[in-house]
Design a protein. Structure first.
Length: 243
């Protein structure tokens, strides 16, 4: 925290943490803008393509069932999109498992960090960040420029047109979305929240999830202790809404 806040002190020319705190607690456009910058430097953005792969295997099976049911509308929410790898992975997983789908699939991707959302909207990734994406998927869903270590991959329109990026603070429900969502991904975020925030967030997920839909949380996140009213879907860290 000291190192991250120190960046803002130097950028603003402020001498002490107390002076910075006074700015954050003040009112007006300058304070509002700085609070956004504060949130940006304090958030941790760790992600990669196809992270915790078993969730995407489960999602593929769920999509196949939706196709068998003749569904023509699918809604997915990536609640902590970071730099975009997770929502683009969701898009690839859907496209790879929905052959013949003629309906409408939309992915809402949210994050609290406006800078990281700008990066996610660009959908541009280095060769190193693309290591989890197979050559076949790269060819189908990305365009590339440059060579070797300077090569840059850009998400193609088939994925980009499915995704809407938006800023959202998960600690401040209720949220403006109406839902319902068929699948909600909120992984490796709740470990940073206390139980009060987690409980409120889980209640909001339950409200926004359609009956029969699925919530996926990080493998390191436990929903024990009465935080979650949703029953397990039979897989670790996957929950479902009955109905």
């Amino acid at each position: 925290m000291s190192a991250r806040v120190g960046k803002r002190l130097r950028a603003l020319g402020l001498p002490t943490y107390k002076a910075y705190l006074e700015l954050l607690l003040s009112t007006g456009p300058k304070a509002d803008a700085e609070f956004t910058e504060f949130m940006n430097v304090m958030t941790t953005n760790t992600t990669h393509f196809f992270r915790e792969m078993d969730h995407f295997h489960f999602m593929a099976e769920a999509i196949q069932r939706m196709m068998d049911e003749g569904r023509n509308k699918v809604r997915i929410w990536c609640a902590a999109s970071s730099s975009g790898e997770e929502p683009y992975t969701l898009a690839m997983t859907f496209l790879e498992n929905s052959q013949g789908f003629r309906g409408d699939c939309r992915i809402l991707a949210t994050d609290i960090d406006v800078n990281i959302l700008t990066q996610a909207r660009k959908g541009e990734y280095s060769e190193q960040k693309m290591q989890g994406v197979s050559p076949q998927l790269r060819q189908r869903y990305f365009t590339s420029t440059g060579m070797g270590k300077d090569r840059v991959y850009k998400a193609g329109p088939a994925m980009a047109n499915m995704i809407t990026f938006s800023r959202l603070n998960l600690a401040k429900p209720p949220f403006p979305m109406k839902g319902p969502f068929d699948i909600i991904f909120c992984r490796n975020v709740m470990i940073y929240f206390d139980n009060i925030v987690r409980r409120n967030l889980m209640a909001e997920f339950e409200r926004l999830l359609r009956p029969g839909g699925f919530l996926m949380v990080g493998h390191s996140e436990s929903m024990a202790g009465g935080l979650c009213n949703l029953p397990s879907a039979g897989k670790p860290s996957i929950y479902t809404k009955p109905g």
